[in-house]
Design a protein around this ligand. Sequence first.
Ligand SMILES: Cc1cc2nc3c(=O)[nH]c(=O)nc-3n(C[C@H](O)[C@H](O)[C@H](O)COP(=O)(O)O)c2cc1C
Length: 169
Amino acid sequence: MRALVVYESLWGNTEKVARAIGAGLAVNADVDVLDSDAAPLSVEGYDLLVVGGPTHAFSMTRAATRAEAVKSHAAPHEPDRGIREWLNHLERPSTEIPAVVFDTRVDKPRLPGSAAKAAKHELRSLGFDTSIKQRTFRVHGYEGPLLDGELERATAWTGDVLARLGAGL
Ligand SMILES: Cc1cc2nc3c(=O)[nH]c(=O)nc-3n(C[C@H](O)[C@H](O)[C@H](O)COP(=O)(O)O)c2cc1C
């Protein structure tokens, strides 16, 4: 099995989750973990796509929220192309492969909106199988770090995803 993990990250929290997921998948798959600036626009040859990004303004980031993160909150990295723009350019898969999504959000469970849900909607429209439920991983404040135990949750989730795939979803 070949898996592609695509992430976007300004402070590195989402990247850490993406890499933990990649390491978990590597037990059963050849895995490429790439940021949304470097990710290919076709998933041809892959059997699983994982997409993750930070929630900004209740959804996936936009150029304006990324610029605000750098200008007003001193984010160390500003992606040129976030997962929103990457998904806008992603080719429809030739077969209905599974796509699994996750996001990172501040540790305020009552705050509405999720980058993962927005990404899932786009992936479904593109023809991916999005039947596996998305996950949210929490960070302290805008810059992180991740809450204790979130990387372990990511690894455990990867085991669940592999089990679902092994069982034919
Ligand atoms: C401009 C901006 C808007 C944000 N809006 C939200 C939001 O609506 N909900 C939320 O839970 N977190 C919000 N956050 C916090 C981000 O989700 C947090 O910075 C991100 O999870 C950190 O991940 P990263 O290190 O991978 O960038 C926002 C952050 C910024 C910079």
